[in-house]
Design a protein. Structure first.
Lengths: 375, 288
């Protein structure tokens, strides 16, 4: 087995797929899972994609937050289990784990604030992805985890998720709401004190007492959850930074795709993450050998309108190839200008003929990914 | 006043579906109709701006709305004192509260857009085209007024929230359209998003199907190429187009109105059909 991707599949414990929405992260993650299994690894693919299609393609029915195993005819000698990241279900489990008192746990679970938080705002989706990885690592049944990150969650958010969620409940703001007197006593300057004292009645007026009550009782209970979960999340954040973790950045080679891809690379570098490879997905296939002969020879005996049509389609695909080559060249020179130790390999994956709908389609994508042009 | 009220077209869709592209088309169509459109883009951590790729269109006013800008706007309005609101914005305490209160940070965008629309009306600008967030975030944003209404019941903020809720629910003034690519996965997600949006109290405009390959061969020529071969590229092109048409047909069965925006090859003249114009005319006709 050769190739950059195959090497990663053998050596890493965690592969994190990042990229803009719509580039094909989920399919790539599943295909890489199959490729890893063929190399003998026990793989868990964790996706956030709520669409039922991936489960159908893997032929294991709808994905749930519990792992389901793919038929071994496509995965031997290894195995692939797939599961969906259910932010709400993971969040509920975390709450119950850190709040043994059933009554208080129920208070949290029923709070409208919790329900909004658990539906994926304030970094909770990224936070829960980390919690789920942690659960799977502790469980120890897999030796390669493949994470498909949520479209809206950039990897940088993934890394900062624990501290951001903690910040939500640990700031002076929350403290002040939960226990105004104590919080005020610790505030520094007279100005801040005056401002804060003015703030409370203002908030009351602005929001009505209802919001304040809700926030304050929620903050009081919820801080336990975050306190406990934070320690584990820190451990996972360390795992993300270790050499056995690799980030793969999936892109579309299109004019509009270059700038967001470079922006994502820059934001990753700010978090000291260098992606192991860039995957240029769904490339137009290269010109076939038939193009060496002129169209008139290849279409001998055809009505002239066939020649006109075929000529238009060949010209269109050539234009697409040109757009893709230009975009990849701009991406490569952009990557080379970024402050990093090594320029990542760009793995070009040719678009499949069919949309992905079955396990054999995914297997073909797996082959296309490990058997690629590289530059 | 009703006749002149600035209407709002909110575009959403899966990432990469072409929201920014379609919002540009709609703004161009508005300029061609002699209007003075405002194009609103959100900018946040989740949505890095495509940056250099966006070419400004003459006659379009661009408004970049960040969470900070929207929050500052709402605060100034609530407090009626710019200086105090600036101080509050500097306070980590306050911004943390705004971020923690569920739905509040989404509602402030809608309050800012509503005020933008009211001002636009006075200045004879409009329509307002919002290059919105991707599916999931847009669902949160558009559902925010109802969620926040439950939490914030009295006070000035409650009035602002009620105003945002009324705007979003106004079938004459506020339309939401989903932009979708012509691929299997994109269509599945578009159908799911449409189902979710139908549960909210908003008016849905047509779905915009972006990027179907133009037809290059008549049926007889396609049949000849399929039978005799001779052009691998043509076979590939026709195969992809056929799959796009298939999933598009499914979408057309399940959605009341679908507008096609054909794939635009670089260097080709703009197609004769004007889907963005049709989209805009639907919005402008809404009060009739």
């Amino acid at each position: 087995v050769s190739g950059r991707l195959a090497r990663l599949l053998q050596a890493q414990r965690l592969l994190v797929f990042v990229g803009e929405g719509g580039v094909g992260k989920t399919s790539c993650a599943a295909a890489v899972g199959l490729a890893g299994a063929r190399l003998g690894r026990r793989v868990a693919v964790l996706t956030i994609d709520p669409a039922p299609r991936l489960g159908q393609a893997l032929e294991i029915g709808a994905l749930t937050s519990e792992p389901r195993t793919v038929a071994d005819s496509h995965t031997a000698p290894g195995s692939v289990s797939a599961m969906r990241l259910d932010t709400r279900a993971t969040f509920d489990r975390v709450v119950r784990r850190y709040v043994p008192d059933d009554r208080i746990a129920s208070l949290i679970l029923e709070s409208p604030i919790y329900q909004t938080l658990a539906s994926g705002v304030g970094g909770s989706e990224a936070f829960m992805a980390l919690q789920r990885i942690d659960e799977l690592v502790l469980e120890g049944s897999y030796d390669l985890l493949v994470l498909d990150t949520p479209p809206a969650v950039h990897a940088r958010e993934l890394l900062s998720a624990p501290s951001r969620l903690a910040a939500l409940v640990e700031t002076e703001a929350m403290e002040m709401l939960a226990n105004p007197a104590a919080a005020l006593a610790r505030l520094g300057s007279a100005f801040t004190k005056t401002l804060a004292l003015g703030l409370l009645p203002f908030l009351e007026r602005m929001t009505g007492a209802h919001l304040r009550q809700q926030l304050s009782s929620f903050a009081e209970h919820f801080s336990r959850v975050v306190g406990g979960a934070r320690q584990r999340a820190d451990a996972v954040a360390r795992l993300l930074a270790q050499p056995e973790t690799a980030f793969l950045h999936v892109v579309r080679a299109s004019t509009a795709g270059v700038a967001p891809a470079l922006a994502l690379e820059r934001s990753l570098l700010e978090s000291k993450i260098e992606v192991a490879a860039v995957v240029a997905n769904r490339m137009t296939p290269s010109r076939g050998p038939d193009r060496q002969a002129p169209l008139s020879t290849r279409l001998a005996g055809a009505p002239p309108s066939v020649g006109t049509a075929a000529n238009a389609m060949e010209r269109d695909l050539d234009r697409m190839r040109q757009v893709e080559r230009t975009a990849l060249a701009r991406l490569r020179s952009g990557l080379a200008e970024l402050p990093r130790t090594t320029v990542p390999a760009v793995i070009e994956v040719t678009a499949l003929e069919e949309d992905i709908g079955t396990l054999s389609d995914l297997a073909r994508l797996a082959t296309a990914m490990t058997d690629h042009r590289e530059g | 006043v009703r006749e002149r009220a600035a209407r709002i077209l909110y575009l959403t869709g899966k990432g990469g579906a072409g929201k920014t592209f379609v919002s540009g088309l709609a703004a161009e169509a508005a300029v061609r109709r002699g209007l003075r459109p405002i194009l609103v883009r959100f900018e946040g951590e989740e949505d890095p701006p495509a940056g250099s790729q966006i070419q400004p269109i003459a006659g379009v006013r661009y408004v970049r709305l960040t969470q900070e800008k929207a929050l500052a706007h709402v605060l100034t309005k609530l407090l009626r004192l710019r200086r105090l609101s600036a101080r509050l914005m500097d306070s980590r305490t306050f911004t943390a509260i705004a971020a923690a209160a569920p739905g509040l940070r989404d509602v402030i965008y809608l309050v800012a857009i509503r005020d933008l629309a009211d001002r636009a009306e006075i200045e004879a600008h409009g329509p307002i085209i919002v290059d919105g967030f991707a599916c999931g975030h847009s669902q949160l944003l558009l559902g925010a007024p109802s969620r926040v209404e439950r939490l914030v019941r009295i006070g000035r903020l409650a009035r602002e929230v009620a105003g945002a809720a009324a705007l979003v629910r106004d079938p004459d003034r506020f339309r939401v359209s989903v932009v979708s690519g012509p691929e299997e996965l994109a269509i599945v997600e578009t159908e799911e998003m449409l189902a979710e949006l139908r549960t909210l109290d908003i008016t849905l405009g047509p779905v915009l199907l972006n990027g179907v390959l133009p037809r290059r061969a008549q049926a007889a020529d396609e049949a000849w190429l399929a039978r005799h071969g001779g052009s691998e590229d043509s076979r590939w092109y026709m195969g992809r187009r056929r799959r796009q048409i298939l999933v598009a047909e499914r979408l057309k069965d399940s959605s009341s109105e679908v507008l096609d925006i054909p794939f635009q090859f670089p260097g080709d003249a703009a197609p004769v059909s004007d889907p963005a114009g049709a989209l805009l005319d639907g919005l402008l006709r809404a009060q009739a």
